[in-house]
Design a protein around this ligand. Sequence first.
Ligand SMILES: Nc1ncnc2c1ncn2[C@@H]1O[C@H](COP(=O)(O)OP(=O)(O)OP(=O)(O)O)[C@@H](O)[C@H]1O
Length: 473
Amino acid sequence: MSVQKDDDGFVTSVGPSTGAVETLAADLAKALPTESEGSTQDPIGLLKSEFEVEITLADQQADPNSPLYSVKSFDELGLTPELAKGVRSMGFIRPSKIQERALPLMLNNPPQNMIAQSQAGTGKTAAFTLAMLSRVDVSIAETQAICLAPTRELARQIMSVVAEMGKFTTVTTGYAIKETPPSPNAHIVIGTAGTMLDLISKKVIKPETIKIFVLDEADNMLEKGTLGDQTLRVKNRMPKTVQTLLFSATFPPHVRAFATKFAPRANEIMLKTEELSLDSVKQFYLDCDSEKHKFEILVQLYSLLVVGQSIIFVQRRDTADSVAARMIAEGHKVTSLTGSHQAGDRDQTIDDFRDGKTKVLITTNVIARGIDITQVNLVINYDLPLTASGEPDVETYLHRIGRTGRFGRKGVSINFVHDRATWNKMHFIETALGKPIERIATTDLDEMEAILRSALKDKGKATGSAGPSQHQS
Ligand SMILES: Nc1ncnc2c1ncn2[C@@H]1O[C@H](COP(=O)(O)OP(=O)(O)OP(=O)(O)O)[C@@H](O)[C@H]1O
């Protein structure tokens, strides 16, 4: 058995040589950012990668077509000195487009509502976090800001951004997530809708004093059904004058109509369809023969390619656990995270992944949205995202592939396609987003190599597959 590493310490090949497959691994490895990029594990790699990321960022932030573009500095956005210091301490040099546009509008008096859309990984969290921190009057020991997110993982992540940005202030914070003690009268409370409602009903959280109400992943939070009902019930407990801020990378038309009622007379920042997906994430699909073949290819891929960190999305909770168990049986180190796991286990799993202690996470849509782990450079859609009625779920697809390519970094996504119906669904998503998804055949290794080679020469501009899918009509 051979183990080869490239210059960045990537394992590009483990085990017996398989010729062209190995070249695929090497090509993919070159297309992907290095393991050290954004990692805190290797000081030498970190120095190098920070330099590279900064140059890329500077280029992108100077390009008017980039979502990271800005003409202003943070100092011109009306932040208090403590918050400006917090932003600087996070290493943010310039605001992104959404931060530059949304912040002055959100901080203006009298407060106005906001519905803001910006691509995945472009800094929405910092934008609404700064708005919440700016609105808190620390001389009053009452809850003044509430932020709701669809999952505990995202609520915990938002909390870490609030804590970091607000570290030079005396703002206090508390959680409204299951199995975590609340902090009555904390200035800012972050949580999930069900638990927030529960704490409000028990009078642990007093909604009468809330001045600012944020929904992260707002289209999801307002979706018809239990979640939308809970969100609405939380809102109805607050003063009518509450400033409501809705943020997401996606606002499908059916939710947008409701959003404008939920946040009336809001300033709106919206994207055009063609702006939705990021060029920094190169999209591929693997043409498999069957469900069984999908698993074989997954195992083969991970035997060849140990990418920095990756997330494998499946549709069902039991699939996440069973694929993880089978991968482990094949000798791979992977962990799974689904909504059926215990709260404490979920926290441990995501924290270990965030810290780089684990490299491969198999999961459901539970972490499709919002999760920001900059070292993730590969997202695999082992199962394509589907709605409850089995239709292709374009929004979830966008959120899933947006777990890589954060704030201008490079990333790769690979869809596993195994029959005509799946191909049609993926093609629907491709058409809806207007960005090509390149084919990688698993049957013809030479073809696979040629496609990847040409795609990699033309970074960021995938030009479509070299041949039709076996599942294409
Ligand atoms: N102005 C900035 N300069 C540099 N980095 C930034 C800036 N603003 C945000 N970031 C970083 O960019 C990354 C993505 O930001 P964030 O998580 O807020 O994106 P998002 O738009 O909320 O994404 P999603 O749609 O996935 O929820 C984070 O690691 C964050 O620290």
